[in-house]
Ligand binder design. Sequence first.
Ligand code: GLU
Length: 302
Amino acid sequence: MLRGEDVVPLPPQGEPPFITRFAPSPSGLLHLGHAYSALFAHATAKASGGRFLLRIEDLDHTRSRREFEQATLDDLRWLGLRWEAPALRQSTRSDVYRAVLAELRRRRLVYPCFCTRQQIQTEIAQSASAPHGPSGETVYPGTCRGLAPSDADARIARGQPHAWRLDVTAALAETGPLHWYDFRGGWQECRAADLGDVVLGRKDIPTSYHLAVTVDDAEQGVNLVTRGEDLFHATHIHRLLQALLNLPVPYYYHHNLIAAADGQRLAKRNRSVSLRYFRERGETPDAIWTKIGLEGAPATAT
Ligand code: GLU
């Protein structure tokens, strides 16, 4: 395993202690990468005399399972982590997300998108210059953005499945230029447009990762979001949503990802890196901390 080379940040002079969170999705067993992320969030909160919170991101009902949620809680406790207040479960907050989405609809900052995945792929394949996002992913080509409202309303009335997409151009016109601060990378100009019109309300649930995570970090009072660097670009969207919804802007720290010995990303389906596997083999939490490059138990673990 590679060691992370992250440094636990402290709040700038005169600012309150950090409130951090770990936000796992219970769609599999936690692995060493999750342990690293959780311990980093915990250590950061404790180093500043702050609070460490937990959020269960169980929005995806097709992939989330109660037994994984229980395994997540057990594994975190086994590692020695304790969180304040009961964990926030996203599946209980549909009404909150629905209300936020309704507000964005009223302000015409989202539009209904009736495209199937297949249609989007076909359109992108046919277009000579399909834009790509910062991680090389394809960006929604905007097919439904120009639909006449009467047409869109009629399709919705007919019950045609639809997602809700952020009109990123309209949103940025409302907010103007924005910035956010990453303790590893410094000040960042918000480049939300690079990700295109992302989905804020999925076809099957009244929210998406972007909307829920932004609203919930504010709800939980998180003032430092720590998470893996694979989510760095998503923060541009979250910053834009904070501006649109008048939410406080947290600090960020996108930490290194723990890689497997062969350099591959750790995957939930690979049981041999799961915490459960190590536990069953009789390994101790200390051995996990050593594996992920931390020097031992967070001294302030309570
Ligand atoms: N639930 C996300 C995951 O498990 C993390 C979300 C976040 O930290 O913003 O990858």
